[in-house]
Ligand binder design. Structure first.
Ligand code: AHR
Length: 513
């Protein structure tokens, strides 16, 4: 199979916000408890109860932003339960992640706001908090903002000092609820618009007067166009009866996208390609949400945040805390999602793969003694050079695999073409990073990359998953075998390069002039 990729240094798209490479950490299964927080357990090195083997792995990825405490958990979370002496914190239900009476996880509240901020400090990552809209009220939300961000002398700032933080945490990103069309309150778009307006009015009011005006509010959107448009239309109505515009209150609109086809390690050829086709829907979700924003505020700076995305296999169920094997196939899907997000650098403000540790398409897995990276982690490692770079227009000519559309999963057409090669590129300080994957199951791709600069030379080339099967997954004993190896590249000296990409593998190239 032949593939041709064109990368245009003369067609910059926009800066890739580093936050596009962000993560979700929810109080769900072994993500926070076990994966991040082990408290007094001394089987692994810790700082303030946070396990450092997980931290070291995430540090290596330059993890830019962490979303917390959920997920669905966020709309049943009352942040004041998670501060103060641990032995006095209330022990509670974790109702979203229970499976019937035989499996009812409980929340100890051992990990609260201060622990989360400590985790962010250890990673040098931005915190992104999800405020409880479904079962909370604006006062609770604004108290949290005051606790985190105010630098004066109030009950909230004294509380923060008592909990160990004299200085504010300066949290920029605030989600106003989570999936409020579902677990976050089952609102209609109109009712959520009214709730959003109420919460945002007080959060923004606090920020404008008591802080530095840098809080950014994220409204909960949906992958269906209808929700986004109805929400924005109603929000506009609500706001225009008062003063100002929708965009005095809203900075970003979020969408979530999960996908699967077949099982985690057991899937057919057809299911392999169907899952890649479903992963590509993230690009369409972003485009549709951006169109809705553009319709209601042409020219605004509001961005799209994909604050949950990833593979959710049928094996990940409530009873096992949404754990699944994470294979090379999942990592290939992640590579193409990241290509699609890079390509939309002009509208995507952030993305958070679900979920950082142990849960769903995690990057890190742990047991009581060790932490190790998944194949998806390796993709993030290969792609991290894109963070903060300028995305460059990249086009791919490659064969496609055609999957049949089921009901209208890919829109009105009967079939959907999955390009067998996916790619994206960015430039940072005169160095161009090109990432690409050959998604063909059984064919090497003879690939040519052409750039619109004659003196470009590949100075570094790596490949992931050469020699692996698509259903291979990492364990603590074999994780190293998923690390990249070098790949031979022919530099033609005229801005073109040629190389063979093994079947179902991912390549990262660094190009200099
Ligand atoms: O990531 C698991 C769950 O998926 C989140 O809690 C929820 O927001 C989504 O439905």
């Amino acid at each position: 199979m032949d593939a041709a990729i064109y990368v245009s240094r003369h067609a910059p798209i926009d800066r890739i916000d580093p936050n596009v490479y962000g993560h979700l950490t929810e109080h769900l299964g072994r993500c926070i408890y076990g994966g991040v927080w082990v408290g007094e357990d001394d089987r692994v090195p810790t700082e303030d109860g946070i396990r450092m083997d997980t931290v070291e792995l995430l540090r290596n990825l330059d993890a830019p932003v962490l979303r917390w405490p959920g997920g669905c958990f966020a709309d049943d979370y009352h942040w004041k339960d998670g501060i103060g002496p641990r032995e006095e914190r209330p022990r509670q239900r974790n109702m979203w992640w229970a499976q019937g009476r035989e499996n009812r996880p409980e929340e100890s509240n051992a990990f609260g706001t201060e622990s989360f901020m400590r985790l962010c400090d250890l990673l040098d990552a931005e915190p992104y908090l999800a405020v409880n809209v479904g079962s909370g009220d604006p006062e609770e939300g604004v108290d949290w903002a005051e606790y985190c961000n105010y630098d004066g002398d109030t009950e909230m700032t004294r509380l923060r000092a008592e909990n160990g933080s004299e200085e504010p945490h300066d949290v920029t990103y605030w989600g106003v609820g989570n999936e409020n069309w579902g677990c976050g309150g089952r609102y209609s778009p109109q009712l959520y618009a009214e709730e959003f307006r109420r919460f945002a009015n007080y959060l923004k009011g606090f920020d404008r007067v008591m802080s530095d005006g840098s809080m950014e509010l994220v409204a909960c959107g949906h992958v269906t166009d209808d929700w986004n448009r109805q929400f924005l239309e109603h929000l506009e109505k609500c706001v225009s009866f008062g003063q100002g515009s929708v965009y005095d209150l809203l900075d970003h609109l979020s969408v979530h996208r999960y996908y699967y086809a077949g099982g985690d390690t057991d899937f057919s050829t057809e299911q392999y390609y169907r899952m890649l086709a479903r992963a590509a829907r993230i690009g369409e979700d972003v485009d549709r949400a951006a169109e809705a924003l553009e319709m209601f505020a042409p020219g605004s700076n509001a961005g799209i945040i994909v604050d949950e995305w990833g593979v959710w296999h049928p094996e990940a169920v409530f009873a096992n805390g949404l754990e699944q094997e994470n294979t090379v196939r999942d990592a290939l899907a992640a590579a193409s999602v990241l290509d699609d997000l890079n390509e939309r650098a002009d509208v995507v403000a952030m993305a958070n793969i679900a979920q950082t540790v142990n849960v769903l398409q995690c990057l890190v897995q742990t047991d009581e003694e060790d932490a190790w990276p998944t194949p998806t982690y390796q993709v993030f490692d290969l792609y991290k050079a894109h963070m903060g770079g300028t995305a460059l227009r990249t086009t791919v000519e490659a064969d496609v695999h055609t999957v049949e559309s089921r009901s209208d999963e890919f829109g009105p057409q009967d079939t959907h073409d999955v390009p067998l090669v996916s790619a994206s590129a960015s430039e940072t300080d005169e160095r161009v990073r090109i990432t690409l994957s050959n998604r063909a199951l059984d064919a090497v791709s003879s690939t040519t990359v052409a750039m619109d600069v004659a003196d470009a030379t590949v100075v570094d080339s790596e490949v992931l998953f050469a020699g692996k099967e698509t259903d291979d997954y990492s364990t603590k004993d074999n994780a190293e075998s998923f690390e990249p190896s070098t790949i031979a590249v022919e530099n033609h000296g005229d801005g073109t390069f040629a190389f063979d990409v093994p079947a179902s593998s991912v390549v990262g190239l660094t190009v200099e002039r």
